[in-house]
Design a binder for this molecule. Structure first.
Ligand SMILES: NC(=O)c1ccc[n+]([C@@H]2O[C@H](COP(=O)([O-])OP(=O)(O)OC[C@H]3O[C@@H](n4cnc5c(N)ncnc54)[C@H](O)[C@@H]3O)[C@@H](O)[C@H]2O)c1
Length: 293
């Protein structure tokens, strides 16, 4: 498939990620279908997107005519076959469970034309594990957006050993057209690039704290002042949720078996105590009183 041949995109999964990815595709001029097995999720997606895009128009970030054009390109359905039968690219954004994703990719492999690229937005599952259930591993890759996709200008496109150059180039071109900065990973690695670097920062920050070298507040302070980060590592853990950070680190540790990647005790302790950060009101900081700086 040539890079300019993508005309129709189907996004499967209308949750936190999928509905906004579909909006980006429609804003980029693609005929876009958003599919979900759950009708409520589709309704929520539609009303959320109407609200978000109206806000963009009010703030002068989007012309009313561009908003109308994008919505005219976007349709919602529960029917997978109807959604995917003419797609040139499918972006999967369903639950993070390998077997469920494999089941979906088997169906997509059957429903879609042979040229269709099948991309997964998974944060932790490498595409080769999903591609293996299809007859077209050369057309499969990760297309990893960051939360929330309408705000975060970044995508990691990940090739497996079997992903073709043409697939990678086509997906990179789609990223350009939907106005997202993309990087290409030529090999699979758990955590990809951004989350690996974030994990390394979390590991070092928690090591310094656990060793009693400095308080977590001071570690955050120096990271912000000297490295120019907007948030310190402990503020970021509170913002993301200690449970989410712990799960991501555990997954990476289990994949690699590398002792240096064992999740830090102080994060596990926060999870065990239910002090997850902003979502529970207390984490490393008391988030009820002190807003994250
Ligand atoms: N949330 C994040 O911060 C984030 C960031 C990057 C990537 N991701 C990845 O994106 C994917 C989706 O995450 P999310 O946070 O949007 O999840 P979510 O739980 O908000 O949404 C998942 C949606 O998929 C639907 N779904 C489940 N099974 C389906 C099926 N077989 N067919 C069609 N729809 C189905 C559900 O009804 C739900 O609406 C995951 O793979 C996750 O790793 C998430």
């Amino acid at each position: 498939m040539k890079t300019n041949d993508v005309k129709r995109i189907t996004v499967v999964g209308a949750g936190q990620m999928g509905h906004q990815i579909a909006m980006l595709c429609a804003l980029g001029g693609y005929q876009t279908t958003l599919q979900d097995i759950n009708q409520e999720a589709l309704q929520k997606a539609e009303s959320n997107l109407e609200r978000l895009m109206s806000d963009w128009v009010k703030k002068g970030k989007l012309e009313e005519s561009a908003k109308e054009k994008a919505f005219s390109l976007l349709t919602y359905t529960q029917q997978l076959e109807e959604a995917a039968k003419d797609a040139d690219l499918v972006i999967e954004a369903i639950v993070e469970v390998l077997e469920v994703k494999q089941e979906l990719f088997k169906k997509l492999d059957r429903i879609t034309p042979s040229h269709t690229i099948l991309a997964t937005n998974s944060s932790t599952i490498m595409n080769s594990l999903i591609a293996s259930v299809t007859e077209r591993p050369e057309n499969v890759c990760n297309m990893h957006f960051f939360f929330p996709p309408l705000v975060m200008d970044s995508v990691e496109v990940v090739m497996s050993e079997e992903t073709s150059e043409e697939t990678a180039e086509t997906v990179m071109e789609v990223c350009r057209k939907i106005n997202r900065t993309a990087i290409l990973l030529r090999k699979e690695i758990p955590g990809f690039v951004a989350n690996r670097i974030l994990g390394a920062i979390h590991r070092e920050a928690t090591f310094l704290y656990e060793e009693g070298i400095a308080s977590f507040e001071d570690i955050d302070l120096i990271v912000k002042k000297s490295l120019g980060h907007k948030l310190g590592p402990f503020e970021l853990i509170d913002l993301s949720g200690a449970d989410v950070v712990y799960a991501a680190m555990t997954h990476q540790y289990e994949e690699s078996g590398d002792e240096r990647e064992r999740p830090p005790a102080c994060i596990k302790e926060k999870v065990d105590k239910g002090e997850l950060g902003r979502k529970t009101g207390v984490g490393f900081y008391d988030c009820r009183q002190e807003a994250v700086k």
